[in-house]
Each structure stands twice: as structure tokens, then as C-alpha cells.
Design a protein around this ligand. Structure first.
Ligand SMILES: [Zn+2]
Ligand SMILES: [Zn+2]
Length: 403
């Protein structure tokens, strides 16, 4: 066999492997997902199955103040209550999908219980190298005098209890420091992102700007109750992002935040808080947690609710967007930034372009520039009325303002 192995093919394989090793590709992932481990209404393995079947490359289960570890039994009656009157037999669906062998129950009647699988048990069932990855996560769920302060910690290895604090900002900072302490202790990178600032109108752009330990924030979250668009007197998530970044680059002389889009899914049998609404596309060397986190820290990713980019480049003073076509959809790309000469004009639309590609050439006055791309197609599973499919890129050209 060895003798007859063609040398040409061998060289080609070596060459192809070399190409593979250098070539980054885009990976699709949801970093904000709830299950029966906290207040979601389906089993974590059912949820992993859904995301994998939808073509996601990675999934972070992020329950409130808990990891999917340890022995946990739940009353079947309580599981069924979670379906929120949607009339779906949750346990029967679970058994139909994975079989009696996999599903563990004990007791009878009212006392019958089902065991929630741990992430360690679920992983081998779904993970495939380069194809599907599950990352341990937690939504550290804290509050200060009624303000909801939630942040996801991605790639944690031990649950982090809410740290509390004597102000909103101190609470944010204390939780971020606990994340950083675990990272230092374990040597394993953990990426925290701040969630839904407008949930119960909890966090302002100033809070988000001033806590410099924070590097990532949700610009879109698929939960319909998070006031994504703001209201008559309060800015929406996108404007919060622009205000916070302008404050960082002017007053605080600090790096801007990067934005993520997430599902924050809770309901998996239909209903309001369903999955598939928002995600990130990360351009990484491989589908490994370390590489994905490194790429996100470097800003090499974008947030999406339904627009896919073929390419995204920032070089030689130009930001270039190439959009992947989708049927007969048309696209509008808005380049958004704040100019050093008008720092009070947060998140100004600097240019609007249509078509599958768009380019913005810097004038030199920008504190930063980013892009929001909007499709003519409505979102298939909207979290607010009239929602269109969108993508949001990270701020670039800010190094002059925050060297
Ligand atoms: Zn939350
Ligand atoms: Zn959540």
C-alpha cells in the first residue's frame, strides 16, 4: 500500500493540510441559551440537538447562576408546567427523540422525576471536531436596587456566584473581576458579555462605558421583553453601544466595546422567547473555545440576526463589507460612527450604501466607524414588530483615539 501511494497525491495532501491550518473560517454560535437547568422549558440535550440541526457550529448553554453540572432531578409535573400552556408534552417529545435508554426517570405519578443531563454527558452525543462544539457558560444574574445586572461568562469551569456591589457599576465590576480571577486561576480564557442593558431599563450607556473591565455587550438579544428599540426618551441597544463607545474614546481614552447578538432563548415548543434570532459569526483558526475567544477579543467577528457576510475587511483606511446573497433580498449598509469634530453627535450615519458590497473610506475625523447592514427581508422569527434581518460589525479605526 505504502509503495503505491502516489507522491503527487501525498504532496497535494500536505499542501492542503498546510492551507487548512492557516485558513480561518467563519463559525456561527449562540452564546446565550437557557434550559431546564434554570428557567428554560426544554432539556439541554434537546436544545443542543436543535442548534446543531440548524447549522450552528457552537453553542453556549448559559443558565442563571448555574452550570449544567452535578446530579439534578426535576419533577416531571414541573417540567410540563414550563411549557407555558403551549400544550406540548415535553417529556414525551424528549423520549421520542432520544429513546427510553437515554432518558432517566424515577418514581411514579405525582412524584415522578426526570434527571437533567450534564454538559459532560451531552457533549459526546453532539460534539464533532470542526463541526459542532459546546462551551460551558453561565448567566451571572445579579441586581442592584432593582436594576438587573446580567452577564454571560463563556468558557467557565466553575459556577460564579453573583458578587453584588454597592452601586450598579460596582456590581458589574465585581462580577467581571470574579470572571477575571477564575481565568487567572485556571489559565482558561473566559469571555464575559454584558446582557440586555434595557431589560427593565436597568443600565445606561454611561454605566456600560465607565466599567472598563467590560469589553463585550449585547447589541441585539432575541428576548422580546428587553426593550431593544428603546422608547421615546431612552435609547435602544444600538444607540447605547454608540454612546458608550464615544464616551470611552473621548472622556475615558479607552478601547471601545464590541457587540454580540444572542438568542437568550427560553422556550423551545413555540412561544415568545424562542431560539434562532441572534448569533455571532466568528472568524477563527479552529472551532475551539480558545481560538473563538481569541478571535472575539481581536474583534474578528460580527453580530447577526439574519444577514451573512462573505467578507469583512479593514485595511488601508477602508472598511469593506461583502454580503452573501440571499434570494432576491436587497441590502442597505449604514456606516455609523462618531466624529472627533462633533463628539456630541453619537452614532452618526456617515454613509448609506445599497448592494452586496459597500466600502467606507476614512476621512480621518472618525473616533470609530462600524456598519449596520439591513436586509429587505423580514426576520423569520421576529422579537419585535417589523424586525428585518441585520448584521452589526465591530468598531474600527479607533486606535488613534485610544492608543
Ligand atoms: Zn438576563
Ligand atoms: Zn438570559
Amino acid at each position: 500500500m505504502m509503495k503505491s501511494f502516489p507522491i503527487g497525491l501525498a504532496l497535494f495532501l500536505v499542501f492542503a493540510a498546510g492551507l487548512q491550518a492557516d485558513e480561518s473560517r467563519w463559525f456561527k454560535g449562540n452564546t446565550h441559551t437557557h434550559s431546564l437547568w434554570s428557567d428554560g422549558n426544554d432539556f439541554p440535550d434537546m436544545i443542543a440537538d436543535w442548534y446543531k440541526q440548524q447549522g450552528y457550529d457552537f453553542l453556549v448553554l448559559s443558565d442563571h447562576n448555574t452550570l449544567s453540572t452535578g446530579e439534578r432531578w426535576m419533577k416531571v409535573a414541573d417540567v410540563e408546567k414550563r411549557k407555558r400552556a403551549l400544550g406540548v408534552p415535553v417529556l414525551r417529545k424528549y423520549v421520542a427523540r432520544f429513546g427510553e435508554e437515554w432518558v432517566e426517570t424515577r418514581g411514579e405519578g405525582e412524584l415522578r422525576e426526570v434527571r437533567l443531563k450534564t454538559l459532560a454527558e451531552i457533549r459526546p452525543k453532539f460534539e464533532e471536531p470542526g463541526k459542532f462544539l459546546m462551551i460551558e457558560g453561565e448567566e451571572i444574574t445579579d441586581s442592584y436596587k432593582g436594576a438587573q445586572i446580567h452577564m454571560n461568562a463563556i468558557n467557565v469551569s466553575k459556577a460564579i456566584a453573583p458578587q453584588h456591589g454597592d452601586s450598579i457599576q460596582a456590581t458589574m465590576r465585581n462580577n467581571l473581576r470574579a470572571v477575571m480571577a477564575q481565568e487567572a486561576e485556571t489559565g482558561r480564557p473566559i469571555l464575559p458579555h454584558l446582557n440586555h442593558p434595557n431589560f427593565q431599563w436597568s443600565l445606561t450607556a454611561v454605566d456600560i462605558a465607565e466599567v472598563l473591565e467590560e469589553r463585550f455587550v449585547e447589541i441585539y438579544n432575541g428576548h422580546p421583553g428587553i426593550n431593544h428599540l428603546g422608547d421615546a426618551t431612552r435609547p435602544g441597544d444600538e444607540m447605547i453601544f454608540d454612546i458608550a463607545n464615544t464616551l470611552r474614546l473621548t472622556r475615558l481614552k479607552s478601547e471601545p466595546l464590541y457587540c454580540v447578538a444572542t438568542d437568550d432563548s427560553h422556550t423551545y415548543h413555540g412561544g415568545d422567547v424562542s431560539p434562532g434570532r441572534g448569533w455571532v459569526m466568528v472568524r477563527a483558526a479552529s472551532l475551539k473555545a480558545d481560538d473563538l475567544i481569541a478571535a472575539m477579543r481581536a474583534g474578528d467577528f460580527y453580530a447577526s440576526s439574519g444577514v451573512t457576510l462573505k467578507d469583512l475587511r479593514f485595511d488601508e483606511g477602508e472598511l469593506t463589507i461583502e454580503i452573501a446573497p440571499d434570494g432576491d433580498a436587497t441590502y442597505e449598509t449604514r456606516f455609523i460612527g462618531t466624529l472627533a469634530s462633533e463628539p456630541e453627535n453619537f452614532g452618526k450615519v456617515l454613509s448609506t450604501q445599497s448592494g452586496l458590497s459597500a466600502t467606507y473610506a476614512l476621512s480621518g475625523d472618525e473616533l470609530y466607524v462600524r456598519a449596520t447592514i439591513t436586509s429587505s427581508l423580514g426576520h423569520g422569527n421576529p422579537s419585535y414588530a417589523g424586525q428585518k434581518r441585520q448584521a452589526w460589525t465591530q468598531p474600527v479605526a479607533w486606535k488613534k483615539a485610544a492608543p
